[in-house]
Design a protein. Structure first.
Length: 411
């Protein structure tokens, strides 16, 4: 009997999680105290807490990622992640200087505005935690790039899919910089599994979810373009990719798009995606490069016709401050789905033949931040358009009030 590498990886992670849950991590030295606060009264589920590793190193000199435990106030061990400063960063003395950020999560209850955590030296090796955020290039499926967390999966399209076929019908051809959605109803990773089981199977819900979202030539759920007031100018398939961090709590990657003609102005784009466990929206920072003008007006879009054929959907579209563009789509089958853009710097809304749009100015070389994502009623969390709107309003409020983090030596 043989198993795929992905199967072994999944089993290994499950075993590691069991070990982590059953084996207490003995403290072997001093600890750092992390205090996190915010000013909102609402709940903040799966709040991602990020702090420079240099702050941990300041309090715990020489701390290494495999020899620490992050604990909440009750002593519960939390999954954590440590990034590198750069892919080629060196640590010749093995003291942790090449680490970039410590990342973990806490779910703030409504009214809970302060939480305290510790980072401790341990005398054992910390096991790996289950991966809840993941991204990868998929060359075996015409250069897709796919990513997911425990709520949702996505993909977008690379050079091989956009290249002309050598002969008619030789392969699928699609030229678009739109973003696709794969709806999930399970918390574990599915990207590798769905690609492995064949292109057609993930268009049916076999218990884990399905690909039922339509992109085509549209912006999909969160693609960008340059808006001149009447015409939307868009790029082609991504031309390059780079993974900067890959779970278990947060995945970060970049996609680059070659220059396109935006009404006489050549424009190129680099998108940085930040994908956090527990969230229905990904953070996207788009940086545009152009010359000859002070700025451009960027449009972020949602496909006006996002469903499969035969669904006869009832689509409700809403827009409201601060820069929330949302859809709630009731389908004939396959449940209901919501899609959304949250663009904090938005100045207005528009539409073209294919897309609903939210607009914001962008300067050359300066990132434009927005959030894009979706929810599915069959996942059992967000069941109505009202639920979806409440979620989006809370997400906008959280963006406007990021948590504050401080680090000190534990007394």
């Amino acid at each position: 009997m043989t198993r795929s590498l992905a199967s072994f990886s999944f089993l290994a992670l499950a075993a590691a999680a069991a070990v982590a849950a059953s084996s207490p991590l003995a403290q072997a030295g001093p600890a750092a105290t992390i205090t996190v606060s915010h000013a909102l009264d609402i709940a903040r589920p799966s709040e991602t807490i990020v702090l420079p590793w240099s702050e941990i190193n300041r309090v715990l000199p020489g701390a290494l990622i495999q020899r620490i435990a992050v604990k909440d106030a009750s002593g519960r061990v939390l999954p954590y992640q440590v990034t590198n400063i750069a892919p080629l960063a060196k640590d010749p003395k093995n003291v942790g200087i090449a680490y970039g950020e410590l990342i973990f999560q806490h779910s703030f209850a409504a009214g809970e505005q302060r939480a305290v955590f510790t980072v401790e030296h341990i005398d054992t090796v910390a096991p790996p935690f289950p991966v809840k955020a993941f991204a990868r290039f998929v060359p075996e499926r015409l250069d897709d790039f796919a990513w997911e967390n425990d709520k949702l999966a996505h993909r977008t399209y690379g050079p091989a899919l956009g290249a002309p076929a050598s002969s008619p019908g030789a392969k699928e051809v699609l030229v678009t910089s739109g973003l696709d959605i794969w709806f999930k109803r399970v918390p574990y990773p599915v990207v590798d599994r769905w690609y492995n089981k064949g292109h057609d199977h993930y268009h049916k819900d076999e218990g884990e979810g399905m690909d039922m979202y339509n992109v085509g030539k549209t912006r999909g759920a969160g693609g960008t373009g340059v808006w001149d007031g009447k015409v939307l100018y868009t790029g082609k398939n991504f031309s390059g990719w780079k993974v900067l961090a890959n779970g278990p709590v947060r995945a970060i990657f970049e996609l680059s798009y070659d220059s396109w003609d935006a009404g006489g102005t050549p424009v190129s784009e680099v998108k940085r995606f930040t994908v956090d466990a527990g969230h229905h929206l990904d953070r996207i920072d788009s940086t545009f490069t152009f010359a000859g003008k002070a700025g451009i007006e960027v449009a972020v879009g949602l496909n006006k016709t996002p469903t499969d054929k035969g669904q006869n959907p009832a689509i409700k579209v809403g827009n409201r401050a601060p820069g929330i563009l949302m859809q709630w789509v009731e389908q004939a089958s396959n449940g209901a789905m919501g899609t959304a853009i949250v663009l904090p710097s938005a100045t207005g809304f528009a539409e073209d033949a294919l897309n609903h749009l939210v607009l914001a100015p962008a300067a050359a070389g300066k990132p434009l931040r927005y959030y894009a994502g979706a929810a599915w009623s069959r996942a059992g969390e967000i069941l109505s358009g009202q639920d979806w709107e409440r979620y989006l309003l809370a997400a906008a409020a959280r963006d406007a009030d990021p948590v504050k983090v401080s680090v000190s030596a534990t007394p």
